[in-house]
Design a protein around this ligand. Structure first.
Ligand SMILES: [Zn+2]
Length: 186
């Protein structure tokens, strides 16, 4: 399922997390009975620039968690979690970061290990989240997590609006707006 939202993107909606919340979509005026809180990009943006006939080249690999392009660029999927002001739940962007080859191997080695005390890994954000000014290439720190949870992606605390959203959280009204943009529903 590829979401065709207005300007973006390659976002898809995760199934599990839906906030029970009735709201009126500002774009179409329709009532929505639930607010999905998980969206993800199915691949790093770079993946979508590979010509179709080269996707199956041996250096190119993509699954739900890991990606390699040209045998030399390595990507890990993680979660940028955005707190919702006055709510326990978080809005989650499943996004990709590029990491150094040795860190990529480390992620593989640690896949089922206890990573509680692992130092974070440096990563560059590899998806443009069209709701914000360009996010491609934002610096992040990637923290591995236990219990099959995808790594947490912490954006470098700059004054970029995406980083500010992660630091300060956003209002439920803002989440409605974001979902209206990300969700194909017209
Ligand atoms: Zn709408």
């Amino acid at each position: 399922m590829r979401v065709q939202s207005r300007e973006s993107s390659n976002f898809e909606k995760e199934l599990p997390s839906m906030l029970e919340h009735i709201w009126i979509c500002a774009c179409c005026g329709r009532q929505q009975n639930g607010l999905p809180l998980d969206f993800f990009a199915s691949a790093p943006d770079q993946w979508f620039t590979i010509p179709e006939d080269r996707l199956s080249n041996p250096g190119n690999r993509l699954d739900e968690n890991l990606c390699m392009i040209g045998g030399k660029d390595f990507f890990v999927r993680g979660c940028v979690e955005i707190p919702i002001v006055d709510h326990e739940k978080k809005f989650i962007f499943g996004l990709w970061v590029s990491v150094a080859e040795d860190n990529f191997k480390r992620v593989l080695d640690l896949w089922t290990a206890d990573v509680e005390n692992e130092p974070p890994i440096f990563g560059l954000l590899c998806n443009d989240v069209s709701l914000y000014p360009p996010t491609l290439g934002l610096k992040t720190s990637v923290r591995l997590r236990n219990n099959n949870q995808r790594p947490a992606i912490i954006l470098e605390p700059t004054d970029h609006p995406f980083a500010i959203a992660q630091q300060n959280g956003v209002s439920l009204a803002k989440i409605e707006e974001m979902v209206a943009t990300l969700l194909p529903h017209r």
